[in-house]
Design a protein around this ligand. Structure first.
Ligand code: SF4
Length: 392
């Protein structure tokens, strides 16, 4: 493939639904037993081969192996998955290929195997460098191990390392958070994802909070720690380019940015989602159900066609999350002037409150607005009762 390749870009997401154990806050689909690993891998290969034909008019610009904990797979298993993707799809020679890793799984042998597989970016789930904080949220690694793992990855030659940090953990002081950020920065990370600890229904943490064995989350502390994260990372030269993501120049996540720009992607594996412009499809969130579906040639997925309203709302939501904001010219072109006027009038009160700014036909969240983005996005969505919805 040459650089003049006319094919449109797409992403590939592969979900590895296994973890060593369950973190107390996590509501992602994953199992802590790897008993079905072999069968699952066979089915991932089958799914890639069986669906690649639908994607023959695309060029794979990014691949993301996520989970779960994909780093618990052997290096040769990752190589074989990547060979399968390359054999079935048009993968760009310069594709960004990311693997999510748990610090405990990182060894220099494995990292070299990842490089052989073409992996050029590692997203590592550090969350904190303090052992007591890690223990509290159910992470198995230590702070020292996290630091060593980042060093192994970088020394092996993968420079593009992203570190995940969690803020808003009850009883962790601001000083500890600042130190965590400082350690992430000095570890050489080029990209940092900072997530607010969130209470999701049905998680272990949710049950512990109900039982009184985990302190309740404190919204005020969450907001003030969010500002600490922004201040510290901006001081260190990172650009806050999406609600939870910060990058040094040239190191934004291409794969995740493509989601927010509505670039099509194919999702492989249990619970993985796919998007192709006017449809979204999702695989069953069950390893057993997925394997059965693949082996019996039965349906293991559902899909929905997006309405005009869905597309409008998705554009508002994903664009507002990014530093570039909602491009009102694009809204005008796709939907018409009345939709631009509607967004301007609904956002006027947020402009007055300093939560959004309207500049050069772009509507962007301010830093305070980013923290309240869910509510602002929801107010700008087209709803059933909206008069403009009738045009949809
Ligand atoms: S390692 Fe990640 S996916 Fe697995 S339980 Fe923890 S947070 Fe969830």
């Amino acid at each position: 493939m040459n650089e003049n390749n006319p094919l449109s870009p797409c992403g590939v997401y592969i979900h590895i639904p296994f973890c060593h154990s369950k973190c107390v806050y996590c509501d992602f689909y994953s199992l802590s037993s790897v008993g079905k690993k072999r069968e699952l891998l066979d089915c991932l290969h089958k799914e890639i081969a069986s669906r690649a034909g639908e994607w023959r008019d695309y060029r794979v610009a990014t691949i993301y192996i996520g989970g779960g904990t994909p780093s618990l797979l052997g290096g040769e298993e990752i190589c074989s998955l990547m060979e399968c993707v390359r054999g079935c799809m048009n993968v760009s020679p310069d594709a960004e290929i990311t693997i999510e890793a748990n610090p405990d799984d990182v060894t220099s042998i494995k990292t070299r195997q990842w490089m052989d597989a073409g992996i050029n970016r590692v997203s590592i789930g550090v969350q904190s460098f303090y052992d007591e904080t890690l223990k509290k949220i159910g992470r198995r690694h230590t702070g020292k191990r996290a630091y060593e793992a980042i060093d192994i990855i970088r020394t092996s030659g993968i420079e593009n390392v992203s570190v995940d940090i969690i803020y808003g953990i009850p009883e962790r002081s601001d000083e500890h958070l600042i130190e965590d950020i400082h350690r992430a920065v000095t570890s050489g990370a080029k990209h940092i994802s900072a997530y607010a600890l969130t209470r999701e229904e049905g998680t272990v943490m949710d049950k512990m909070i109900k039982r009184g064995t985990f302190p309740p989350l404190d919204e005020e502390m969450m907001e003030s720690q969010y500002h600490i994260v922004c201040d510290e990372l901006e001081k260190a030269g990172f650009t806050h380019y999406e609600v939870s993501n910060f990058a040094l120049e040239g190191y934004r996540s291409i794969h995740n940015s493509a989601y927010w720009k509505r670039v099509p992607y194919i999702g492989i594996g249990p619970s993985a989602h796919s998007f192709c412009g006017d449809k979204r499809r999702w695989n069953v969130s069950s390893v057993g159900g997925y394997i059965k579906g693949m082996n019996d040639a039965a349906e293991y997925w559902e899909q929905e066609s997006l309405t005009w309203r869905d597309v409008h709302n998705e554009i508002v939501m994903t664009s507002l999350r990014c530093v570039e904001g909602v491009d009102l010219d694009d809204i005008r072109e796709r939907f018409g002037e009345e939709y631009v006027e509607r967004i301007k009038s609904l956002s006027a009160r947020y402009v007055d409150e300093g939560l959004v700014v309207l500049e050069k036909d772009r509507l962007c969240l301010t830093r305070r607005g980013v923290f309240l983005s869910d509510g602002i996005e929801a107010d700008l969505f087209l709803t059933d009762d909206d008069s403009l919805n009738n045009k949809a």
